[in-house]
Design a protein around this ligand. Sequence first.
Ligand SMILES: NC(=O)c1ccc[n+]([C@@H]2O[C@H](COP(=O)([O-])OP(=O)(O)OC[C@H]3O[C@@H](n4cnc5c(N)ncnc54)[C@H](OP(=O)(O)O)[C@@H]3O)[C@@H](O)[C@H]2O)c1
Length: 302
Amino acid sequence: MIPRITLSADGPSISRLVAGCMKWGAWGKQLSPQDTLRLVEQCLEIGLTTFDHADIYGHYTTEADFGRALALQPSLRDQIELVSKCGIRLVTPNRPENRIKSYDTSKEYILWSVDQSLRALQTDRLELLLIHRPSPLMDPHEIAEAFTALSAAGKVLHFGVSNFTPSQFAMLYELFPLVTNQVRASVRHLDPFLDGVFDQAQRLRLAPMAWSPLGGGGLFELPGDTQARRIHRVAEELGEKYGLAFDQLLIAWLLCHPAQIVPVLGSGRFERIQRVARAFEVELEPEDWFRLWQASTGEEVP
Ligand SMILES: NC(=O)c1ccc[n+]([C@@H]2O[C@H](COP(=O)([O-])OP(=O)(O)OC[C@H]3O[C@@H](n4cnc5c(N)ncnc54)[C@H](OP(=O)(O)O)[C@@H]3O)[C@@H](O)[C@H]2O)c1
């Protein structure tokens, strides 16, 4: 069974692996409500209870697809945690009022967006809401006011951000108790290990969430990609040592970091989600962790 984690001292308890739903609908697998329901039920069987959404997925359609699946089996709602995001305005026929891609973190927009998400997901609450991207125009006081109102209304139980720098995170954290920062992190994308995001998470004892934990799927397409080739070469050797396949090893690499990283898996196939759960069975030796780091950067650490 996949273990659980509490994101912060007062934060939500979620599964240590999260299912990312970005490609379950129009942006990928186009799962039917029945297929989605089956996938959710299979995830629950292995202890994966947390599902990551954003209003924009599928050009603002994937939350509603998931909601239709939940409506087929309403008792599932109390067995899962729903994460969603807001703040990006996409140009799409589904939002004709958006004339240029932009960010909106105004109080009015956040409140409106959450109501849309709740309606689409056919639920009365989100366990976790994230501001999807930091806006150059964001006013932390206004975001905190929106979060306070959503919390008071019982529409959102916990709040966080995504893709925030440490200083952007600190600015909002001073005004409101955030529980996580969801950032891109994998053997392929090392930024949060170096830019202070994971340092801050450890200092504040908040578990960060990692999107694209397998590099967004790009690591499976080798031709011409020298970084991917280096990572595969090392991963093959380590895979033999630990008895792990490539994807399992990459997730194990994230899991053994002391920041308590929570990978948000992007696969829409249960076999792949289930396989990755084996990553909990091993602890990589530090030298092996650094071998993958070196394979990623192409050089020794200084
Ligand atoms: N906060 C943000 O700004 C942000 C941004 C992007 C994504 N996200 C969240 O993070 C989640 C994960 O992102 P991601 O999709 O980039 O994650 P990922 O897990 O790194 O990549 C998933 C992709 O890899 C493929 N894949 C997985 N295992 C594979 C294997 N063993 N062999 C070959 N291909 C494999 C999947 O295809 P199959 O589906 O066919 O298995 C899928 O296309 C999203 O669903 C979303 O919830 C958040």
